[in-house]
Write a protein that binds this ligand. Structure first.
Ligand code: FAD
Length: 257
């Protein structure tokens, strides 16, 4: 929507408005491209909604909806669920007084300088970074969130080229994730691999260049220099930084409906 007013934001912070916009787009638009979920797609849908219900650090009205949707979904024992049935449950819940999901997007930290830049893909990264950080303190299975992300992207993510790239990376290295903190670091480092590949590409918003993140002005302690002068990351500091940056109590609630 080109008439969207520009919303001033802090580039160094995470916004709940982006996370809710991502949920809206994912549950109502991206999943709506499927007519029916069965087999792996159904398993994938269940795993995705389950990690959202467990770890989405949202407003109670939104987490109520996710939890209710999840209990309904896990109770479905048939081998297929139509998107229509899923949507009916979602929209029913969204109308109850104590649960909702704003109907529409309001990008803030994921705004782009043009409508075709950033937005939903930025929201997907942000959402899963936040979920790995939540799971770090609340979860027990180190790969739970990453497996849900992998299969969501593989089955449903609209950018099919992105999905192929991500699946290759996951197939190569996801098995190495054996602890909750390494899951947080795995997603961070895979995201930097993608940033590196996309730097200078046509999909890059010139106002938001792809960099190796976090840059020194966000976390100077994250950066180190090896004896031979090469750049390296201080992983202890990076982890500390990620756990703070994506933590639920630092998420800003500006611009929420
Ligand atoms: P994004 O890369 O979307 O990042 C969003 C925000 O996360 C940044 O603004 C920053 O605050 C933060 N961030 C940046 N780097 C990191 C990091 N390493 N760790 C933690 N936080 C970070 N596009 C393609 O053209 N080709 C692809 O193959 C492709 N594959 C993708 C695969 C996946 C799984 C996803 C979710 C997206 C993919 N995209 C791909 C889209 C692309 O990665 C960007 O999301 C999109 O170009 C928008 O970029 P952005 O500037 O908003 O920053």
């Amino acid at each position: 929507n080109t008439e969207d007013p520009w919303r001033p934001f802090d580039k160094f912070r995470v916004y709940m408005a982006d996370l809710e916009s991502t949920l809206h787009y994912s549950l109502r638009v991206e999943l709506g491209a499927q007519s029916v979920f069965q087999g792996r797609a159904l398993t994938s849908l269940k795993a995705y909604i389950s990690v959202l219900a467990k770890y989405f650090p949202g407003r109670p009205i939104v987490t109520n909806l996710l939890k209710d949707l999840n209990s309904w979904l896990q109770k479905q024992t048939g081998d297929r669920i139509s998107y229509e049935a899923f949507k009916e449950k979602l929209e029913n819940d969204a109308q109850s007084p104590n649960s909702t999901l704003p109907d529409g997007v309001r990008w803030v930290g994921c705004q782009g300088s043009q409508p075709h830049f950033r937005r939903y893909p930025c929201g997907v990264w942000t959402l899963f970074h936040v979920l790995t950080v939540q799971a770090n303190s609340k979860g027990s299975d180190p790969q739970e969130v990453l497996r849900a992300m992998r299969s969501y992207v593989h089955n449903f993510f609209g950018c099919r080229e992105c999905a192929g790239h991500f699946e290759n990376m996951a197939a190569e290295t996801l098995e190495q994730v054996t602890s909750l903190p390494t899951a947080v670091l795995w997603l961070w480092s895979r995201h930097n691999v993608v940033n590196n590949r996309l730097a200078g590409a046509l999909s890059e918003d010139p106002q938001f260049p792809k960099i190796q993140w976090p840059p020194p002005d966000m976390c100077s302690a994250c950066h180190a220099v090896k004896d031979n002068g090469e750049h390296t990351w201080n992983l202890t500091e990076v982890l500390k930084f990620l756990l703070t940056y994506f933590s639920s109590d630092r998420i800003l609630t500006d611009y929420l409906e």
